[in-house]
Design a binder for this molecule. Structure first.
Ligand code: GDP
Length: 298
């Protein structure tokens, strides 16, 4: 991911190298190149405009005109603006002060929620927590089984509706899971919810009802980084329909151009908290905006 963006920006900065002083034309040309690089990476247009304007304004200021190496100073500015757009500091999970911490996952079908639920459970286990997974995706045939299989892989129990009880209602399952977690002394509950292929009102309502039933400490919006420009409208729809505290980007190991990461963080104002980058259960970690920015500018 970000390979094209990274290459384009490297070329842009190469053109500046060795210049003692930057003229207005140099700054304009650089801004234009950065704009093209971001658009090619699939970053949403309003985000590109804002980004380029911020870089341009700072490039005209004292920090560049007084710098011994203006080109390096521009790279530093772009780096700082990238970190800012990606959410600034690494945002860590907030744990409940009393009772189990409830983390609810929302997103489209295929985003990687069920996989992510297990990865997050494993990660929490490694932090010394005793998580429990909850299967509230009762829409998709097999989703409960898939979560159970993933739960077994990471050695985390899964709370699911009793087989033979009919399909069950996800809100009741979610509510019952919290009681179960308290009884069994699980300190984190991860609630996997149903996703659809597209955003729809019924899905939003169900997710909102589950949210109201379990009052999560964190709602995480799970989104496939490969969906490019569509990620922005989906992220906005879930923000309006369900609301969330942070974003989890999945499939960062794919050949996505990276625009989704930048656009979602900027447009929703919600931090990217975790990144999932592979099929293995350990391919998952906290998202560090500064490391991601350095990777782009490497
Ligand atoms: P859900 O419908 O949102 O629950 O999505 P799933 O968890 O079933 O994931 C959909 C597909 O994406 C599965 O084939 C997963 O193996 C795959 N997947 C999930 N996360 C990642 C990831 O980070 N990288 C890659 N390459 N594939 C992933």
């Amino acid at each position: 991911m970000f390979a094209t963006l990274s290459d384009r920006l490297a070329d842009t900065f190469k053109n500046l190298r060795g210049k003692g002083r930057l003229s207005e034309a140099d700054i304009d040309a650089t801004a234009r190149e950065i704009r093209i690089a971001l658009l090619e990476a699939d970053v949403a247009l309003p985000v590109v405009k804002e980004f380029v304007a911020a870089v341009k304004e700072r490039a005209r200021g004292e920090e560049v005109s007084q710098a011994l190496n203006p080109a390096q100073q521009i790279v530093k500015i772009v780096n700082e603006e990238l970190v800012a757009i990606l959410g600034g500091e690494t945002r860590r999970l907030r744990y409940a002060k009393t009772g189990p911490t409830v983390i609810m996952l929302a997103g489209l079908q295929g985003a990687g929620k069920t996989t992510l639920a297990a990865k997050l459970a494993l990660w929490l286990k490694e932090q010394g927590k005793t998580p429990m997974l909850v299967a509230c995706d009762l829409q998709r045939p097999n989703a409960v089984r898939q979560l159970e299989v993933n739960g077994e892989r990471v050695g985390v129990p899964v709370f699911a509706p009793e087989p033979g009880n009919g399909v069950g209602d996800p809100v009741s399952v979610a509510r019952a899971s919290i009681e179960e977690a308290k009884r069994r002394l699980h300190d984190v509950v991860i609630v996997d919810t149903a996703g659809r292929l597209g955003v729809d009102a019924e899905l939003m309502q169900q997710a909102s009802d589950i949210r109201d039933a379990v009052t999560p400490d964190e709602v995480l919006f799970v989104v496939d980084a490969m969906i490019g420009q569509d990620a922005v409208s989906t992220a906005q729809a879930f923000l309006d329909g369900v609301g969330y505290d942070g974003v989890v980007l999945t499939k960062l190991d794919g050949d996505a151009r990276g625009g989704a990461a930048l656009s979602i963080a900027s447009i929703t104002g919600k931090p990217v908290m975790f990144a999932s980058n592979g099929e293995k259960m350990t391919d998952f970690d906290l998202f560090h905006p500064d490391r991601m920015a350095s990777r782009i500018l490497d």
